[in-house]
Design a protein around this ligand. Structure first.
Ligand code: NAD
Length: 421
């Protein structure tokens, strides 16, 4: 019973909000700011393809279990569909459609020649053995191989999918199609054709974006930073901001947040998490809740965990000077409106976390050219892309006297429309 309660608390935000409705509300809002024509918007309100599959797996105990899987191919005006594969017990079509829609915009904002896609399987991967997980992952590729490929659709890891899973999928795709480029999946292990720098890419890209906009948004030179999440994105982001002279006062995981006014020692925090399995009771800090952390005064709040954490219920209580969205969709459209009216700038996810997909694109490019770039080369290519996108979005937002999110939508939609007409 206690477990059920915990599961509900963890999953509640996903059940209470339909992310695809939110995505469409955002699109409707752009229509009020700039006229792109009704036909274009009508086309963008549904994905090009929305594919549901069933994957039968022989479990270790000999029984057959059928899993439901998806691939959304939202739009490929700019290039092959691109987007992660999510394994989650609540993975469902509306969430996938929203994430694929945002991927379409994100690739356009980052200026990379790829479209928007997303996929997944409704499954709790922790309940599967490694053998079952491998069969399931290969099964997903078997069902979808016809619509995947380096020039058709290039998936990547997302929540609960790993480099190892990408390696199984790459191998399965190669067996079926004979394509040996390894360019159909990104986020692979380095030795299987993966790229240097992928792990840090989202956090570092977010930092480059912040660094470009910091002064223009009137933020101090040394910012006090609150971060929600301490997974791949949160952990790397915390380290990168601290290395660049900022003060990280809060980080959190699903069980607890830890707060230290004059800054956390992140090396010690990582060691504590490794030794105890969580952040709670870190000796030098105060335990607070994930809800409390969002409302702390700070220069920059970075949601880096999951969707819909800032809503109309808490947007009025936010005391950050600015927000950098590294999670996908952490702010609902209603909350966005409130924050805009309160003059709290939000650097939107489709810009802020686009460093991840940009380095995925670099991986695809390296695979196709049969090259392997150093981490230094990767980051040198990433930085100007993030700076350019940030500058352009600020310009669009100022031109239309709107939010940075709407500025990012306008830039992305202009680029997509040019190729769709
Ligand atoms: P992750 O699974 O590595 O980490 C997620 C973090 O969120 C963990 O620290 C976890 O403890 C925490 N968390 C889980 N449930 C929570 C809850 N109820 N309250 C507070 N914290 C909770 O995932 P990640 O790869 O770091 O991704 C985080 C977000 O960033 C997601 O929205 C993802 O879509 C987005 N994102 C990730 C990448 C990437 O490169 N990994 C790229 C773009 C966007």
């Amino acid at each position: 019973m206690k477990n059920m309660k915990n599961l509900f608390q963890k999953l509640a935000p996903k059940q209470m909000y339909n992310s695809f409705e939110n995505a469409i509300k955002q699109l409707d809002k752009v229509a009020q700011i700039k006229n792109f024509g009704d036909e274009f918007f009508a086309r963008l309100k549904q994905p090009n393809r929305d594919i549901r599959i069933s994957i039968p797996i022989k479990m270790d105990n000999g029984s057959i279990k059928i899993f439901e899987g998806f691939r959304i191919q939202y739009n490929n005006a700019l290039g092959p569909y691109k987007g992660g594969i999510r394994y989650h017990p609540l993975a469902e079509i509306n969430e996938m459609k929203a994430l694929a829609f945002w991927m379409m915009l994100k690739c356009a904002v980052a200026g990379i020649p790829m479209g928007g896609g997303k996929g997944g399987i409704t499954v709790e991967p922790k309940n599967l053995s490694k053998k079952e997980l491998e069969k399931l992952s290969r099964g997903w590729v078997q069902r979808l191989s016809d619509v995947l490929g380096p020039h058709k659709d290039v998936p990547a890891p997302d929540v609960n999918t790993t480099a190892e899973i990408m390696a199984w999928m790459t191998d399965e795709f190669e067996k079926i199609s004979g394509d040996k480029s390894r360019a159909t999946f990104t986020g692979k292990p380095i030795e299987e054709g993966g790229s240097e720098g992928r792990e840090k890419a989202t956090g570092l890209g977010g930092f480059y974006v912040f660094d470009t906009l910091q002064k223009k948004l009137g933020l101090p030179e040394k910012c006090k930073i609150v971060i929600q999440g301490f997974g791949n994105v949160g952990r790397n982001t915390a380290r990168i901001f601290a290395e660049n002279g900022h003060i990280v006062t809060v980080v959190s995981d699903s069980k607890s947040a830890i707060f230290k006014k004059d800054g956390l020692n992140l090396e010690k925090v990582e060691a504590h998490k490794k030794n105890t399995g969580g952040l709670k009771d870190f000796p030098e800090a105060k335990n607070i809740t994930n809800a409390e952390l969002l409302e702390l005064p700070c220069d920059l709040l970075i949601p880096a965990a999951f969707e819909n954490v800032i809503t109309d219920a808490n947007a009025n209580k936010i005391r950050a000077k600015a927000i950098l969205e590294l999670a996908n969709g952490p702010i609902t459209p209603e909350a966005d409106e409130i924050l805009f009216k309160r003059n709290i700038p939000v650097i939107p996810d489709i810009l802020a976390n686009s460093g991840g997909v940009t380095v995925s694109y670099f991986e695809w490019d390296q695979n196709l050219k049969n090259e392997h770039w150093t981490e230094k080369e990767i980051f040198e290519k990433l930085k100007p892309k993030m700076e350019e996108a940030s500058g352009k979005i600020l310009e669009k937002a100022r031109e239309s006297k709107t939010s940075l999110r709407m500025g990012a939508f306008i830039l992305a939609l202009e680029r997509i429309q040019k190729k769709m007409l």
